[in-house]
Structures are given as C-alpha cells and as structure tokens.
Design a protein around this ligand. Structure first.
Ligand code: ZN
Length: 210
C-alpha cells in the first residue's frame, strides 16, 4: 500500500493554520548568543551537487555549525537541513519533525545526524509531496522506500542505529541525498526536472541582471 502524505523541507505550502509557513520556529530554548542564521544556497548553485565529506571528529566547530543550522532551519522555516545547504560540504544533517508528530507533539525535538548511512531499505514504497529549502516554493510527489535502517553519529560522537518510517524515513533519505549531491527533483520525469531546473536558472540570471 502506498501512503500519501506531504513532506516539505520548507513548509510554505498547504494546510497551514497559522498563516505563515506551517512551522513556527519553536526554538526559543535552543537559542544561545553565538548562534547565527546562515545563507541557504539555492538552485542552480553548483555546490548542491558536491559529495560531502565525512565529519572526522565532533569538534567545537562542528557543534557551532549544527547550532547555526538549527537556527537557519527554524528560521526558514523547515524540518530538515543538510550542511551543504549552508555551503559546508560535510556529512551533517539537522532535523526537527516535532510539528508533524502523530501525538500532536509541539515541543522542539532537534536531532543531529553525523555521517548518516542507510543500512537497508524496505521494498515497500511510499509517496510524499516533497519540497526543499534549496528549491524554494516547488513541491512534487516522490516515491521512496517506506522504511529505512539508518546508522549515524550524534553530537557526542556516539554511534546509533535506528529504524525510520513515515515522515522520518522520507526526510532522512532526502537529506542523505543532499550529502551525495542528489536533489529530489532528480527523481522526477525528465520533462518536469528540466522545467524546474530551467526556471531556477532563469531566475538566477534575472537576479544578476537586476
Ligand atoms: Zn532539500
């Protein structure tokens, strides 16, 4: 059975009750004076196609990057961000799916995934409408494995293995794709993909001209 849901890395789309982008930044207690919003790179920035390098050690610099990525992600607002989206080619992902929790959970639940790997994926597929902070205001349905087993390191350098399903499964696959230079539009038909790539290339040229 194929589930139909929607996942927007940037939730600017449907069904928002609070008028703005579906996610209000719930990050008050996460703020520390040093945190900074970084610029999110968008199509057709070539850096989005880089293969990111593994994080060798969780240093103060990596923690600072994760802090800034949360600040940037909540501000956007979005539910997931890969380091390359703030122009850092490192295998680091921030995520907070709290707003989409089945129990109606609204407390922030920031999670960091360092050097994440997909160990196995289900044959069962599910379809979500995806969006991406690096491809603003564009949403399309993408079919991916419904469940994946993921291995990653947390900010304390501890190794974890976890089963992901539902929104979490789709989001972690979308973000790991970023670490490999893959974008969700790559899963679309050539016609649709060419159309969106052309649109963003044109917008970038227009921005330069102005
Ligand atoms: Zn994305």
């Amino acid at each position: 059975m194929i589930g139909q849901f929607s996942v927007h890395e940037g939730l600017a789309g449907t069904g928002s009750e609070n008028g703005g982008g579906g996610l209000t930044p719930p990050n008050q207690q996460l703020k520390s004076p040093g945190m900074a919003i970084r610029e999110i790179i968008i199509l057709p920035d070539k850096k989005l196609r880089l293969v990111s390098k593994p994080v060798e050690k969780v240093t103060a610099e990596i923690r600072k990057l994760a802090d800034d990525m949360f600040e940037t992600m909540y501000d956007a607002p979005g539910i997931g961000l890969a380091a390359i989206q703030v122009a850092q080619p490192l295998r680091l992902i921030t995520m907070d799916l709290a707003k989409r929790d089945e129990e109606g959970e609204t407390q922030p639940r920031p999670r960091v995934f360092i050097n994440p790997e997909i160990l196995s994926a289900s044959e069962e597929l599910s379809i979500y409408e995806e969006g991406c902070l690096s491809i603003p205001e564009y949403y399309e349905e993408v079919e991916r494995p419904a469940k994946v087993r993921v291995r990653f390191i947390d900010l304390d350098g501890k190794l974890h293995e976890e089963d992901a399903e539902g929104l979490f499964a789709t989001c972690i696959q979308h973000e790991i794709d970023h670490l490999n230079g893959v974008l969700f539009v790559d899963y679309l038909s050539k016609l649709k993909r060419d159309r969106v790539l052309k649109k963003f290339a044109k917008a970038a040229r227009r921005a330069v001209d102005e």
